[in-house]
Write a protein that binds this ligand. Structure first.
Ligand code: A3P
Length: 288
């Protein structure tokens, strides 16, 4: 384990954030006991993690769908690696839902039994990079608040989750080891209802039309932004250590990179993308 700055910790070749990181869990992840009905959400940061947490909470928990109680999505679907030191996931009742940014090679061995389900959410990397940049600007201990510098860090993988290209390719190229479904942020954005139905089918969840409507209604950007169970605002300080007042939610759009990148930066990005993602079969959506 290596500390690179105040904010990043490198563990087995991958960067993690130094806030709330539960090293004990990470170190023992290989032996983490998996149940057949476990569900893992996997994302590279800033790809729609919190959005999908909300979607899954709404699909799985009737009381969340009906707005009963005030349990936050992150309490219902905890981060594996960013969790309180004393948490004992073995005591959690089934079905257990988890979220994590880990690369494919750090997953619990038991996930390869192909019974537990994995959903990998991905987003076009230019928007990921811009979203990441704004998020880090909110952090007091951020590495940089200069976009040019941040693009360099992003393209070198000097950020939480390490290199975007390695993360998605690692998971995709090893997909035959898992019971996994890939879902695109932009697809959720363009067809939320269709995405909810696709996820329900994968999970074997049968919801009534009315329940599907309730999921869709409460998983929109506008709704989530104002829903304290889903908008992470309460977690800015406790979870991310952000002292400034602010909101977790930003724009939630496709193509915001066009407001950030110059033609030259875009060209450079495209060249790297084409080299690294040559022959990669998943398609990306870059604008609305
Ligand atoms: P922006 O910064 O581009 O607005 P993560 O949860 O992985 O950190 O991803 C955060 C990104 O997801 C942010 O992107 C956030 O606005 C966006 N997001 C969250 N909920 C959303 C929703 N319901 N619809 C669209 N985008 C959403």
């Amino acid at each position: 384990m290596e500390h690179t700055n105040n904010f990043l910790i490198k563990f087995k070749g991958c960067y993690f954030a130094n806030t709330q990181l539960n090293l004990e869990i990470l170190e023992n992840l290989d032996d983490f006991e998996i149940r057949d009905d476990d569900v893992f959400i996997i994302t590279y940061p800033k790809s729609g993690t919190v959005w999908f947490q909300q979607m899954l909470c709404l699909i799985y928990f009737e009381e969340h769908r009906k707005g009963i109680g005030d349990l936050e999505t992150v309490e219902r679907i905890p981060f594996i690696e960013y969790s309180p030191q004393k948490v004992d996931f073995a005591e959690k009742p089934s079905p257990r839902l988890f979220v994590t940014h880990i690369p494919y090679y750090l997953v619990p061995r038991g996930l390869k039994n192909k019974k537990a389900k994995v959903i990998y959410i991905y987003r076009n990397p230019k928007d990921v990079m811009c979203s990441f940049f704004h998020f880090l600007k909110k952090l007091t201990a951020s590495a940089t608040d200069n976009f040019v510098e941040f693009m360099k860090l992003f393209l070198e993988g000097e950020v939480v989750g390490s290199l975007w290209f390695d993360h998605i390719k690692g998971w995709y190229e090893h997909k035959s080891l898992f019971n996994i479904q890939f879902l695109m942020y932009e697809e959720m954005k363009k067809d939320l209802r269709g995405s909810v139905l696709k996820v329900c089918k994968f999970l074997g969840k049968e919801l009534s039309e009315e329940d599907v409507d309730a999921v869709v209604r409460q998983a929109t950007f506008e709704n989530m932004k104002n829903d304290p169970r889903a908008n992470y605002d309460n977690k800015l300080k406790t979870f991310f250590g952000i002292q400034k007042k602010g909101h977790f939610f930003r724009k939630g759009t496709i193509g915001d990179w066009k407001n950030h990148m110059t033609a030259e930066q875009n060209e450079k990005f495209d060249m790297i993308f084409q080299t690294k993602m040559k022959d990669f079969p998943l398609k990306f959506i870059w604008d609305m």
